[in-house]
Design a protein around this ligand. Sequence first.
Ligand SMILES: *Cc1c(COP(=O)(O)O)cnc(C)c1O
Length: 376
Amino acid sequence: MKIGFNKPFLTGKETKYISEAVASGKISGNGMFTKKCHAFFERNYGIQKALLTTSCTDALEMAAILLNVEEGDEVIMPSYTFVSTANAFVLRGASIVFADSSQYNPNLDVSLIEELITSKTKAIVVVHYAGIACDMDPILELSRKHDLFIVEDAAQSIDSYYKGKALGSIGHLSTFSFHETKNVISGEGGLLGINDEYFNERSEIIWEKGTNRSAFFRGEIDKYGWVDIGSSFLPSEVIAAFLYAQLEQLKVIQEKRKKIWNRYQELLGPLEEKGFLNLPSIPEYATNNAHMFYILLSSIEQRNAMIEFLKNDGINAVFHYISLHGSPFYRDKHDGRDLPNADRYTNTLLRLPMYYELEISEVEFIVDSIKRFFNE
Ligand SMILES: *Cc1c(COP(=O)(O)O)cnc(C)c1O
């Protein structure tokens, strides 16, 4: 048996919608399928305004531009995250102040944030790791008290909630990813969520290479030109058509993924009770969107031995982020604080295969292999 880590799921309608986009004669960006995708996020998730982007990385770069992040600004974020979360702000000249993860899951430890805030702090970027919400109420409180922007890196968080509010609808800005490893995909793709009207007009300008082209095509102005900085952040209709076929099937995708996730949880529970490993912990304020199933082992040696052991059984399980404060690019720029929980997740977290077409019998086989590793 060979079980890969990820397998992109196709709903079957992707090529049909792409053909429709091609036949319509309009395949550049901001056409019919792009508008359908925007409406999906605005209607279903209470995101005030949505803009498709070519990646979550691009959406994060748009967020940094929209917030006027510049040299001398500080941005607080977890160290245990994907490089783009930080890189987008570094591109604008900001210094990154990395915060440690919580003891309970890789999300920011909220109790450590306030002491990191200085007069230079411009924004806090939260990452809802594995689609599990960060504790947003105290973070919003800090935002009000210290006049800071909140960006949600919701790359993994489609269809997940914090106290009944959709992730991506809570911060001033939010970013999603449709990379082929996420729940809903378009190969490469992303989305910027804007939850403060203050950013509406400028977000469209940055999206369209610094021009007011979107307003022109709506007939609001009689000519368009270069009015701000920007880039080519919008994807073509081909990408949007693919994505819309996926969004239409979101419920089906989510149900299947949750079934797989719950089976892992059920079968691995006894190993956690016996103290062999730890399973994801989901706070009562958060829902689970079954983006990822991870286990926590006791050391990097044990984690790497587990990867090898599973590989011998044909199973591809993978580690995840290497904390950014220790990265070759940032370690000289980091202020030197130890971030023990971020390091612990770097060393001990292992992601198990998790994708729509994974069979329950395969989940059982994977869990059997993990049990054999522990001689159980
Ligand atoms: C996947 C991911 C990204 C990057 O998404 P792209 O669409 O590949 O740019 C950023 N942040 C987090 C937390 C992610 O999981």
